[in-house]
Design a protein around this ligand. Structure first.
Ligand SMILES: Cc1cc2nc3c(=O)[nH]c(=O)nc-3n(C[C@H](O)[C@H](O)[C@H](O)COP(=O)(O)O)c2cc1C
Length: 80
């Protein structure tokens, strides 16, 4: 299921970007899927929620890569 959802979300986010809008993917909301379904009127038994995507105008449109620690500092093999 996720194999097709990710592309759809990616397209959605690109379309937002084109319009000066941005979003993030928050899966954590699914922990309260039933409550969200009731709040938003989503038929809980018929639909599977895959995340929540807040949408807003971004502060500026000049995006660049965020700084990240080198992968060698955060990735380990066969140990923690
Ligand atoms: C499938 C997926 C699920 C995500 N779920 C969450 C989430 O539940 N909470 C969260 O804070 N970020 C989540 N993220 C990350 C955010 O979408 C976003 O990338 C992040 O908040 C931006 O912060 P960063 O600049 O540190 O990446 C998820 C990303 C993906 C691809």
């Amino acid at each position: 299921m996720w194999g097709s959802i990710v592309q759809a979300v990616w397209s959605f986010m690109l379309a937002l970007r084109e319009r000066g809008l941005g979003s993030i993917w928050a899966t954590v909301a699914i922990r309260r899927e039933r409550e969200i379904a009731e709040l938003l009127g989503i038929p809980y038994d018929q639909y599977t929620q895959i995340g929540m995507f807040p949408v807003a105008y971004t502060i500026g449109t000049e995006f660049k890569r965020a700084w990240r620690r080198p992968v060698s500092e955060v990735l380990t093999y066969n140990r923690f």
